[in-house]
Design a protein around this ligand. Structure first.
Ligand code: PLP
Length: 375
């Protein structure tokens, strides 16, 4: 219902479209009266969290009447040891999503320009809009890869930040070490006499590590005080439900993020589970191995069916369902009990993104795909 109250809402927030989250399995079962439903829609890790994380969750349950450590001391200490960077260069938040918003609230102003690649994570554009900044959208190279040269060229005196997703969601493509090095060097100075911020989103970093020439964003920090790298415990660590992410940046940026973020933004259970997850490298390796093998399986099946797909460095694959539109294909597969993701919000109308699951799930996905496409 529209009331006069809406007159007080900041004009840039009027008509704001909410983020469309993948529906949970239970909701779909209830809505469609289905007994079994598999969710391959939100790039979660089907192996689930490390046993060490589950134990930490149980062990900390009786402590939740306390507020969490607002400074995530243990978590930062463990990240510092793992990535060999001082804790003063590390911040934590309630997922990568909160990190995007924290950075936007700290830096983005009205009429600042924020350079974003077309077909990259929708939350960047939303963050720019929330702050009344201008999103400058740069087309991709070969249709599906960040065009870093064009993105650098799109920077003007007004550019405050550039978002780079490596590997990118939803295309699964990545930029190489050479490309990223040249990009960081080539950025022009803005009206503040500095290079724009580069917000490097490495949500799928651990999956991409097995790829040739995939760059570790942290290696660029020393020479680029304008760089913010962030990652998450939602993907390979399988803690999406707990909401915890972390970032690395120059001390000065971290200091200001700490000043402006909400207190206690990473909950007590999330901190404990994240610390424990960092101590279980075997689980990470298992996740990497599973996804590599299962991507090969799905690629082969796509090839047999003559379905076009984009090779992915992450745990999801983008595939083409034309002559159907993604929007038409999605409900057909949903009726068969498989949740995937149509890509309209990414302006990829003929494409659908499937998260790579366990073999059993992937087999069901392929079987239902054949049925729906009558292949
Ligand atoms: C590229 C990218 N960045 C960030 C996120 C945010 O993840 P989270 O908030 O769960 O850490 C996602 C989630 O899907 C993503 O795909």
């Amino acid at each position: 219902m529209k009331t006069k109250i809406t007159k007080m809402i900041r004009p840039n927030c009027l008509g704001f479209e909410p983020y469309v989250a993948g529906k949970p399995v239970e909701t779909i079962k209830r809505e469609l009266g289905l007994k079994t439903v598999i969710k391959l829609a939100s790039n979660e890790n089907p192996l689930g969290p490390s046993k060490k994380a589950l134990k930490a969750i149980k062990d900390n349950m009786n402590k939740i009447f306390f507020y969490p450590d607002s400074n995530s001391y243990e978590l930062k200490k463990n990240l510092s040891q793992r990535y060999r960077l001082p804790t003063g260069n590390i911040f934590t938040a309630a997922g990568g999503d909160e990190i995007i918003e924290l950075v936007a609230k700290l830096f983005f102003n009205r009429e600042d320009e924020i350079v974003i690649s077309k077909h990259s994570f929708v939350r960047y554009g939303m963050a720019a809009r929330l702050m009344d900044s201008k999103a400058v959208i740069v087309p991709m190279k070969n249709g599906f890869v960040h065009d870093l040269k064009a993105m650098a060229k799109a920077c003007t005196k007004k550019t405050k930040a550039v978002f780079v997703t490596n590997p990118n969601n939803p295309t699964g493509t990545y930029n190489t070490k050479k490309e990223l090095t040249e990009f960081l060097k080539s950025l022009p100075l803005n009206q503040f006499g500095v290079k724009p911020l580069v917000i490097l989103d490495e949500a799928y970093y651990e999956y991409a590590l097995v790829e040739k020439n995939y760059p570790d964003g942290l290696t660029f920090l020393k020479d680029n005080p304008n760089l913010i790298v962030f990652r998450t415990f939602s993907k390979i660590y399988a803690l999406a439900g707990l909401r915890v992410g972390y970032g690395f940046a120059d001390e000065c940026i971290v200091d200001y993020i700490e000043r402006t973020r909400p207190p206690f933004n990473v909950n007590l259970i999330a901190q404990a589970a994240a610390v424990a997850s960092l101590k279980d490298n075997e689980q990470v390796k298992k996740g990497q191995k599973l996804i590599k093998k299962e991507k090969e399986y799905i690629y082969k099946e796509f090839e047999k069916l003559g379905i076009e797909y984009i090779e992915s460095a992450a745990n999801f694959i983008l595939f083409n369902v034309s002559p159907l539109k993604g929007k038409e294909f999605f409900p057909l597969l949903l009726k068969e009990g498989v949740i995937v993701r149509a890509m309209d919000e990414y302006e990829l109308y003929d494409w659908v993104r499937v998260t790579v699951g366990l073999r059993k799930e992937n087999e069901i996905f392929i079987k239902k795909l054949k049925k729906v496409l009558k292949k």
